[in-house]
Design a protein around this ligand. Structure first.
Ligand code: HEM
Length: 309
């Protein structure tokens, strides 16, 4: 059973639809399976790993928002162009999904009212933008792959990233600078993603086109990876202004760290020791951690002195 609340592109204000058993040849399943490997690669880029740990340089975060602004401006321009196209119309959800206006507000917050003259589209972002325009104008069915890659991703990891950024960059709890991550018109990301998947599966597409869509989604991930790698390179030249909030990310969210798929994946990969080391280092960077460590060390020294007496 699936509900998505009030949707702007649905058959009525609240609509429900019987849960269908998904088949491997459904587009949503083909996309999920076909991008699994490249998703892992995207998660494992240094920029994304650092972000997840709360090691974010504000300058880089701002440049990331600039890259997103140009990407979504292109994507949403092409979506508007193709909103009545039978291969895209069922996925047209401007009120729920569109991000470029939220990003413009974020950029105004970070760069001030003159943000447009102070920002520009980077090389890697431009290549991504060019491909989105090419697809929208020459092969609109492939736009589905670009919309899927960004919007489903934003609805999946977005809330975690928002909390990490808010804490690391000490941004106001009222959400300024992070509007991109806030989907006000979506009450349940899970239900909306189900709706989006079922809409993708209802598109009348032959197998060859579905395969082309998977290839295009892999390309879309690669464009994102290029942008992350470019940011990583820029980061090497930008002065270190890391506000390291690595340790308390999950605690701050009031959640159970063991339920985080990334934590589990990283723990499995590292055997746990890397994470423990990271936690210890993060603790030592915080004043409270330093005091606790000093107290613990003094107590241990006292115990050794007593034993040797
Ligand atoms: C910061 C690292 C990332 C995190 C924390 C993250 C988080 C997640 C999670 C938890 C899911 C599963 C959601 C579910 O089962 O409903 C997911 C799915 C997804 N992610 Fe990511 N992700 C990350 C990076 C990316 C990137 C860089 C992209 C592409 C630009 C992306 C695109 C997607 C897509 C398209 C899905 C939907 C898969 C599907 O159900 O078909 N993710 N992500």
């Amino acid at each position: 059973m699936e509900t998505a609340g009030n949707v702007s592109n649905g058959a009525g204000p609240v609509y429900e639809q019987k849960e269908k058993t998904l088949r491997p040849e459904d587009l949503s399943e083909m996309l999920a399976a076909g991008t699994k490997q490249i998703h892992e690669k995207a998660e494992n880029t240094q920029f994304v790993k650092d972000f997840l740990r709360g090691r974010i340089r504000k300058e880089l975060f701002k440049l990331g928002a600039v890259a997103l602004y140009y990407t979504y401006t292109a994507l949403e321009e092409e979506i508007e162009r193709n909103k009545d196209h039978p291969h895209f119309a069922p996925l047209y959800f401007p009120a729920e999904l569109h991000r470029h206006e939220a990003l413009a507000r974020d950029l105004e917050y970070f760069y001030g009212p003159e943000w447009k003259s102070q920002t520009s589209c980077s090389k890697a972002t431009q290549q991504y933008v060019d491909r989105i325009h090419q697809v929208g104008q020459e092969d609109p069915v492939l736009l589905v792959a670009h919309a899927y890659t960004r919007y489903m991703g934003d609805l999946s990891g977005g809330q975690v990233l928002k909390k990490v950024a808010q804490r690391a960059l000490k941004l106001p709890p009222t959400g300024e600078g992070l509007e991109f991550y806030q989907f006000d018109a979506i009450h349940s990301a899970k239900a909306f993603k189900q709706l989006y998947r079922s809409r993708m599966n209802e598109l009348e597409l032959d197998m060859e086109t579905k395969k082309r869509l998977v290839d295009e989604a892999v390309k879309a991930f690669l464009f994102n990876i290029e942008v992350f790698e470019e940011l990583e390179e820029i980061g090497k030249t930008v002065q270190e202004d890391v506000l390291d909030a690595g340790m308390p990310v999950h605690g701050a969210m009031g959640g159970d760290i063991s339920k985080c798929p990334y934590y589990n994946a990283k723990m499995a990969a590292s055997g746990g020791t890397a994470y423990v080391r990271q936690l210890a280092m993060a603790a030592l960077r915080h004043p409270t951690g330093q005091v606790l460590f000093a107290t613990w060390f003094a107590a241990l020294a006292g115990l050794v002195a007593w034993y040797l007496m």
